[in-house]
Design a protein around this ligand. Structure first.
Ligand code: PLP
Length: 457
């Protein structure tokens, strides 16, 4: 062992190799030296522990290089979503339309009129961008953008319900992924949750009885990620709004995934649009930018002008404010909705939702054919279902085509791991001892890359 320890190279020797010299293009001397020392230390410990490992200059540099990659490399990186779940929160939710990416690009490296009124030549407000656009698209009096919808709900409740009671139906005590629970949000801002009705049924009279002098507002939360089916009842929107206003109370609606277009046209079940919600008379409606809307992460609040004005005065707003890249992306996305056909044709979320069966089958057949050409690979096409994801349309099943693949030298889980860790980071489904590609969320470029990674196996 002693002799093996002597094989550990001196740091100076490593520093003189061509491989390490290349690192100086991206990293400084202290960092490189530290990484090499860590690698030598790793090998020393392994040898002292009696492990039988081969020591060489190359191996020590390999180890150091993997460390460099972990710290300075990969990071946030593109993946190929072959799960078919369109709004996959773990994989970054909505993809931006090209128009939105370009808008981000252009404000990123130039100065902009973020808080400057170009016409008047004086200070402007970042919240003025998109106001007119959102008013136009939703029919609301005013609009405000924050960091995400969770922030929107937090801001609204802090401004209007702090220290008082919020009435909410027991059927709407929603938890959204990542442990955002409505009851926790309400208690965290020092408001009190006043639950009314039962889990499956809430009647107007339940709300009516719940109202007392401590009541600050009624909150409606769209049960976007689950459905209560069977023996159930929810109070009609108009009736509830009327009850709130008759009692001088504001009423808010956390819509989750806000819809600007009716998606029954692509075969999904009926969901009210934001415009309809505003027509029902809600004082404020909030929704996400990166769910069905198909834009960047953002929380959008629309509704009564005096209410929005009050939100703008809240000190908390400063902590929840959106950045210029978000504003650029959201504004460009919303502009596409001025012509709904354009939105359907350019926003990736809407495009994936509305892909035809022929289009899906053609892509699935192409992927199958090209994979089946490779040695040791078997592939077949079957029918299946995709999910919308992002807590939207939990019970809607979108018919799709799956390419199911096996490989003679890999089990399904080994194959999944190899694809996931490949340069293209392909994320498929796994089932029936097969790796499954749902083509709904793929592009032809993705198909090309999947075939490429298989050919490297
Ligand atoms: C998704 C969702 C949220 C959270 O929205 P984010 O934009 O992810 O913060 C809040 N409420 C409902 C009902 C949701 O579906």
């Amino acid at each position: 062992m002693q002799s093996k320890l002597q094989l550990l190279p001196a740091i100076d020797k490593l520093l003189k190799t061509d491989r390490v010299k290349d690192w100086y293009a991206n990293y400084d001397h202290t960092f490189i030296k530290g990484t090499l020392q860590t690698s030598i230390q790793y090998y020393r410990q392994a040898l002292l522990a009696g492990e039988d490992i081969a020591v060489s200059v190359e191996a020590i540099i390999d180890y150091a290089e993997s460390q460099l990659k972990q710290i300075g490399g990969d990071g946030l990186t593109p993946t190929i979503n072959a799960t078919g779940t369109i709004l996959h929160t773990n994989l970054g939710r909505a993809l931006l339309a090209p128009e939105a990416s370009e808008a981000v690009q252009s404000v990123m490296s130039d100065y902009s009129n973020l808080e400057y009124d170009i016409q008047a030549g004086q200070r402007g407000s970042r919240y003025d961008h998109m106001r007119e656009l959102l008013i136009q698209l939703t029919g609301a009096e005013d609009a405000l953008i924050v960091n995400n919808n969770a922030a929107a709900v937090l801001l609204i409740l802090t401004a209007f319900a702090k220290g008082k009671e919020v009435l909410i139906s027991r059927g709407e005590l929603v938890e959204i992924g990542g442990s955002f629970r409505i009851p926790d949000v309400i208690s965290s801002i020092g408001a009190k949750l006043h639950e009314v009705g039962a889990t499956n049924k809430t009647h107007l009279v339940d709300y009516e009885r719940g109202i007392n002098e401590e009541t600050a507002a009624i909150l409606r939360v769209h049960t976007s990620n689950y459905r209560i089916v069977g023996f159930s009842k929810m109070v009609d929107d108009r009736e509830l709004v009327e009850l709130a206003h008759k009692n001088g109370l504001p009423i808010f609606n956390d819509l989750g995934s806000g819809l600007l277009l009716n998606l029954e046209q692509v075969g999904l079940s009926y969901e009210p649009t934001i415009k309809e919600m505003i027509q029902f008379g809600y004082d404020l409606v909030s929704f996400s930018g990166d769910k069905l809307l198909g834009g960047p992460q953002a929380g959008i609040i629309v509704g009564r002008k005096d209410f929005i004005e009050q939100l703008k005065q809240a000190p908390l707003l400063r902590a929840l404010r959106v950045d210029k890249m978000t504003i650029a992306a959201l504004e460009a996305t919303l502009r596409l909705y001025l012509k709904p056909e354009l939105a359907m044709a350019t926003i990736p979320t809407l495009k994936m939702l509305s892909r035809s069966q022929e289009d899906l089958l053609t892509m699935a057949e192409e992927l199958r054919r090209r994979l089946a050409h490779l040695p040791a690979v078997q592939a077949e096409v079957t029918q299946g279902f995709s999910q919308v994801g992002g807590g939207a349309y939990p019970t809607d099943q979108l018919a799709t085509y799956l390419v199911k693949v096996t490989h003679e030298n890999y089990s399904a889980s080994e194959l999944e791991e190899a694809l996931r860790r490949s340069d293209s980071h392909i994320i498929p489904r796994v089932g029936e001892e097969k790796v499954q590609f749902d083509v709904r969320t793929l592009t032809y470029d993705n198909v090309q890359r999947i075939v490429g990674e298989f050919s490297k196996l």
